[in-house]
Design a binder for this molecule. Structure first.
Ligand code: F58
Length: 835
C-alpha cells in the first residue's frame, strides 16, 4: 500500500469529490468553459483562438493527469523495475492533437470545439512545437516515450527543459538566418511544475579527505562543491494509445538559483553582484546546443550534462530508497539507458554516490553501476564522438575526474593481464586520450561502464564493432554489443500525420488495431487487385500533395503543381547526408531540359524537388548548400522554358509539425548518405509508411527497409559501405569528375546560379580536397536511379501504386513498439505492467 497522511475517516470526502474523467462532449465543454473563465481569466467576449487552444489543452491535460496519477500509483504499488530513458533531447512536436488521438477523444472534441464556436484545426495551429532537440536522436526519444506508455512499461524520460529549443530558421536572400525559439512565450499548458521536487547540484570546488566516520583514523575522499544551483522538476504527461492506456512521465529539469544568499557580499555592499551570480544559475538550462553530429566540447554543455545527470540520479535514488531494499537490488529495480554518450556522467556519478556518500566498497558499487546502465550509440563519425578536455573536467567536476581515473586504472589493469604488453590496445581502449590537451573519451567510458551497447540499425551495429569499438570488442567479447533497429510511432507518423490514409487503411482492415500492432498492415496485400481501393489510395496521395502545395505557397510564395512528381529530402543539412548531390542532380536535369527542344522536353516527367532542414549555425559548408538550393530554386522557378517540367523549393524552418505535412506528400524521398555514415535514419521509415518510395544508398536502416519491403521497391544506388574506404583512397590526391558532374560544375562556375564564388568551397571540397563523401563516385549511379524513377512513375501508374501498397504492407517491423520491446527483453529485463 502507499503511504498517505490523510486519516482514514477523511478519505471518503476525497473519494466523493475525486475528479471525474472526461467521457462525454458535455464533460469537455464544461471543463473548457471553466478553464477559459478561471485558469485564463477570460470570457466568451474575449476568447480568441489562442485562449481556446489553451483552454482545450488544459481540459485534456486534466484528463491525462487523472490517468497519470493512477498509472504512477499502480507502478509504485507493484514496485516493479523501472526504466529511465536518459536523453539530452526530446523532439516532441505538438502535444494536443497527439493527446486527443491517443485518448480516442479527437472526434467528440472536434465537435465540441465547433459547437463552442471554433475550428479544431485552427486551434491545433496555435500550438508551438516543443523543439528541444536537434533531429533524429531527439525524435527517436519522443517516439520511444509514446511506445513505453502504449505498451504499459514503467518507463520515464529524463531530460532538460531548455528555454530556447532548436533555433527557428528564416531564409533571407537565400541564406539561413537563425532566430531564437522561445517556446514558452504563452506559458505551456502541457507541463506541470513540481515545486516540491528540487535538488541541489554542485559544481567546481575541491576534493577533501575526511575520516570515514567521526573520530576514525581511516580516511575517505569527498567532494566539496564550490557553486550550487537547484534543479527544479517539470513533468510532461505522455499518454499511451488506447482508451484505457497508461500515462507515463517525461521529467525535464530547469536550473534555478539556490535560496542561499551570499551575505558576506551583501554586507560588503555587493548586493547587485551577489544577486547576479545567483541569476547565472538559470543560464545552465537556457539553450539547446544546435549541433547535429558534431561535438563542440564547450564547458557549459558539460555543465548541462552534469546538472541533468545529478538531478535525475538523485530522483531515481530517492524513489529506490523508498522501497527499503538493499543496494545490491538496485539493478533489479532500475535500468538506466544512455541515449548516446551525453548522459555518460551517470556512470561516475552513481559510483560516487555509492562509494563516497553511501559507503559501499568500490567493487560492490561498480557491479551495481554496470548492471544498471545500458548505452545506445548513434554515430560512427569521429567528429561527433564526445571528448572533454581534462582541464575543463578537472575544474568543473574534480571528484568525478578522480573516479574516472580509478575506473580506468582498474580497467586497464584487467586489460594488461589479458593482453600483456599490447600497448596499442591499451592506448585505444583507455578512457583517457593522451593527446595535447589530454581528453576524456566519453564513448569508451560508456562502453566500460555499461552491461550492453547497441547500435541503431543492423549495418551500423556491425560497423561500430569493426571501427570505433573494435578494440573494446577484443577486451569484452562481441556479446556485449548488439543491435536494436530504430522504430517510429505509427500513432503520430500515420494516424496524426496522415488521417486520410489511416482512415482508408482502417476501412479495409476493419478498425484501428494495426496502430498498436503494425504487422497487421500485411493484410493490405489482399487489396493489390482492388481497383476502387487503389483509386482511393491515389486520391489520398493527391490530397496530401495539395495540402503540402498550400504550405509551400504560404511559406515560400512558390506555386507547385500537385500533379508533378514530388521528390523530397528533409533532414538536417550535412555533407554526409549529401543534399549537395541532390541539388547537383537537379541542376543536371535543368541543363538537360535547357539543351533540348520544346518537343523533347515533353518527354520529361514533371518534377519538383523539395528540400527542408536546418544547418548548424557554425557549419559553413552546410550553409553554402542551403544558399545553393535557394539560388537554384530562383532560377528554375522563374524559367518559363523549363518550369513546367522542373521546379525546386526550400521550405524554411523544418520541424516536427511541418514534417507531419511534408512526409505524407512524397512520391519519392531521398536517403542518399555516403554508405556507412548514417547510423539509421528514421525519416526513411516515415516516408515509406506514408506511401512514398525511396531513393537511397545501402546505409543505415534503409538496408533493412529494402529487406522488409523488397529490393525491387527501393531505388538503390551507390557504392557499398564496405567499399567506401577503398574508393576514398583511390582519389586521395586526384579526383576525377564524371562528365555529368563536370557539366554541373561548369554551370555553377559560370554564374548560372548567382555568384560562383559563394559555391567555390563546396565544389572545391569535391574536386580539390579529395571528395570525402564520394559524391563524384556515386553521382552517375544516382542519376541512373533517378532515371529509373522517372520511367517507373511515368509508366503504368498501377505498378507504382502497387509498389507503394506493398511497401506500406511490409512496414510492421519499423514500429517503435517493436524496438522498445527488444530493448525491454534484451537489455532492461522488464515486462509490461498488467493494466
Ligand atoms: C541520429 N543522430 C543519427 N544526433 O544521425 C541518425 O542516423 C539516427 O537515425 C538517429 O540519430 C536516431 O538513432 C543524431 O540525431 C544528434 O542530433 C546529436 C545531438 C547532440 C549533439 C551530437 C549529435
Amino acid at each position: 500500500s502507499i503511504e498517505s497522511q490523510i486519516p482514514l475517516e477523511s478519505r471518503e470526502i476525497w473519494k466523493k469529490f475525486a475528479r471525474k474523467d472526461i467521457k462525454t462532449k458535455e464533460d469537455f465543454e464544461k471543463d473548457f468553459v471553466n478553464h477559459v473563465e478561471t485558469s485564463l481569466a477570460r470570457s466568451m467576449y474575449n476568447c480568441d483562438n489562442l485562449a481556446a487552444y489553451q483552454a482545450s489543452s488544459l481540459a485534456i491535460r486534466d484528463k491525462l493527469i487523472i490517468k497519470w496519477n493512477q498509472t504512477q500509483q499502480t507502478q509504485t504499488m507493484l514496485d516493479q523495475k523501472r526504466v529511465y530513458y536518459m536523453s539530452f533531447e526530446f523532439l516532441m512536436g505538438r502535444a494536443m492533437d497527439n493527446a486527443m488521438i491517443n485518448t480516442g477523444l479527437r472526434t467528440p472534441i472536434k465537435e465540441s470545439v465547433s459547437e463552442l464556436g471554433f475550428s479544431l484545426e485552427d486551434l491545433i495551429e496555435e500550438e508551438p512545437d516543443i523543439s528541444i532537440g536537434n533531429g533524429g536522436l531527439g525524435r527517436l526519444a519522443a517516439c520511444y516515450l509514446d511506445s513505453f506508455a502504449t505498451l504499459n512499461y514503467a518507463a520515464w524520460g529524463y531530460g532538460i527543459r531548455y528555454e530556447y529549443g532548436i533555433f527557428s530558421q528564416k531564409i533571407v536572400n537565400g541564406y539561413q538566418v537563425e532566430y531564437p525559439d522561445y517556446w514558452l512565450t504563452y506559458s505551456n499548458p502541457w507541463e506541470i511544475v513540481r515545486t516540491e521536487i528540487q535538488y541541489p547540484v554542485d559544481f567546481y570546488g575541491y576534493v577533501e579527505e575526511v575520516p570515514v566516520y567521526e573520530g576514525a583514523t581511516e580516511k575517505k575522499k569527498v567532494w566539496v562543491g564550490g557553486e550550487r544551483v537547484l534543479a527544479l522538476a517539470y513533468d510532461f504527461p505522455v499518454p499511451g494509445y488506447g482508451a484505457d492506456a497508461n500515462v507515463n512521465n517525461l521529467r525535464l529539469w530547469s536550473a534555478r538559483p539556490t535560496h542561499e544568499f551570499d551575505f558576506a557580499k551583501f554586507n560588503s555592499g555587493e548586493y547587485q553582484n551577489s544577486v547576479e551570480a545567483q541569476q547565472r544559475a538559470e543560464s545552465i538550462t537556457a539553450v539547446l546546443y544546435p549541433n547535429d553530429n558534431f561535438d563542440a566540447g564547450k564547458e557549459l554543455r558539460l555543465k548541462q550534462q552534469y546538472f541533468w545527470v545529478a538531478a535525475s540520479l538523485h530522483d531515481i535514488i530517492r524513489r529506490f530508497k523508498k522501497s527499503k531494499r538493499p543496494w545490491r537490488e538496485f539493478p533489479d529495480q532500475v535500468a538506466i539507458q544512455l541515449n548516446d554518450t551525453h548522459p555518460t556522467l551517470c556512470i561516475p556519478e552513481l559510483q560516487r554516490v555509492l562509494v563516497d556518500l553511501e559507503g559501499l566498497s568500490w567493487d560492490e558499487a561498480w557491479k551495481i553501476v554496470v548492471r544498471t546502465v545500458g548505452y545506445t550509440n548513434h554515430t560512427v563519425m569521429q567528429e561527433a564522438l564526445e571528448k572533454w578536455p581534462l582541464t575543463i573536467f578537472q575544474k568543473l567536476l574534480p571528484r568525478h575526474l578522480e573516479i574516472i581515473y580509478d575506473i580506468n586504472f582498474y580497467f586497464l589493469q584487467s586489460v594488461s593481464k589479458k593482453f600483456p604488453g599490447d600497448n596499442n590496445l591499451m592506448t585505444s581502449v583507455s578512457i583517457i586520450e593522451e593527446s595535447n590537451p589530454k581528453q576524456v573519451k566519453m564513448a569508451n567510458l560508456a562502453v566500460i561502464g555499461s552491461h550492453y551497447v547497441n547500435g541503431v540499425a543492423a549495418l551500423h551495429s556491425d560497423l561500430i564493432k569493426l571501427t570505433i569499438f573494435k578494440d573494446l570488442v577484443k577486451v569484452f567479447g562481441g556479446d556485449k554489443f548488439g543491435n536494436v533497429t530504430n522504430g517510429i510511432t505509427p500513432r503520430r507518423w500515420l494516424k496524426q500525420a496522415n488521417p486520410k490514409l489511416a482512415e482508408l487503411i482502417s476501412s479495409k482492415l476493419g478498425g484501428d488495431e494495426y496502430l498498436s500492432d503494425l504487422n497487421l498492415l500485411k493484410n493490405l496485400e489482399k487489396y493489390l487487385e482492388d481497383k476502387e481501393f487503389k483509386s482511393k489510395w491515389q486520391e489520398v496521395k493527391t490530397f496530401n500533395k495539395t495540402r503540402l502545395s498550400k504550405l509551400v505557397k504560404d511559406l515560400t510564395g512558390y506555386e507547385i503543381d500537385p500533379t508533378f512528381l514530388f521528390d523530397i529530402q528533409v533532414k538536417r543539412i550535412h555533407e554526409y547526408k549529401r543534399q549537395q548531390m541532390n541539388i547537383f542532380g537537379v541542376i543536371y536535369r535543368y541543363l538537360q531540359l535547357k539543351s533540348c527542344s520544346p518537343e523533347e522536353r515533353k518527354k520529361f516527367q514533371p518534377k519538383v524537388s523539395i528540400f527542408a532542414g536546418k544547418a548548424a549555425p557554425g557549419y559553413y559548408m552546410a550553409k553554402r548548400i542551403i544558399k545553393l538550393i535557394n539560388n537554384v530554386s530562383q532560377v528554375l522557378n522563374n524559367d518559363p522554358e523549363t518550369r513546367e517540367y522542373l521546379q525546386c523549393v526550400f521550405i524554411p524552418d523544418y520541424n516536427v509539425s511541418k514534417a507531419e505535412i511534408i512526409i505524407p506528400a512524397s512520391d519519392i524521398s531521398e536517403h542518399i548518405s555516403t554508405a556507412g555514415t548514417e547510423a539509421s535514419g528514421t525519416s526513411n521509415m516515415k516516408f515509406v509508411l506514408n506511401a512514398g518510395l525511396l531513393i537511397g544508398t545501402l546505409d543505415g536502416a534503409t538496408v533493412e527497409i529494402a529487406r522488409e519491403i523488397g529490393e525491387e521497391n527501393v531505388f538503390l544506388f551507390g557504392h557499398l559501405s564496405e567499399n567506401v574506404d577503398k574508393v576514398r583512397a583511390s582519389h586521395l590526391f586526384d579526383v576525377k569528375l564524371p562528365s555529368s558532374l563536370e557539366t554541373v560544375f561548369q554551370a555553377i562556375d559560370g554564374d548560372v546560379f548567382g555568384d560562383s564564388h559563394e559555391f567555390k568551397p563546396l565544389l572545391d571540397s569535391i574536386r580539390h580536397h579529395s571528395d570525402f563523401y564520394i559524391v563524384s563516385d556515386d553521382f552517375n549511379s544516382y542519376l541512373e536511379a533517378q532515371r529509373l524513377i522517372d520511367e517507373t512513375f511515368k509508366g503504368d501508374h498501377d505498378i507504382w501504386i502497387r509498389k507503394c501498397i506493398t511497401s506500406v504492407a511490409n512496414m510492421g517491423f519499423f514500429s517503435s513498439d517493436r524496438a522498445v520491446e527488444e530493448y525491454a527483453e534484451m537489455i532492461w529485463n522488464i515486462e509490461p505492467l498488467s493494466k
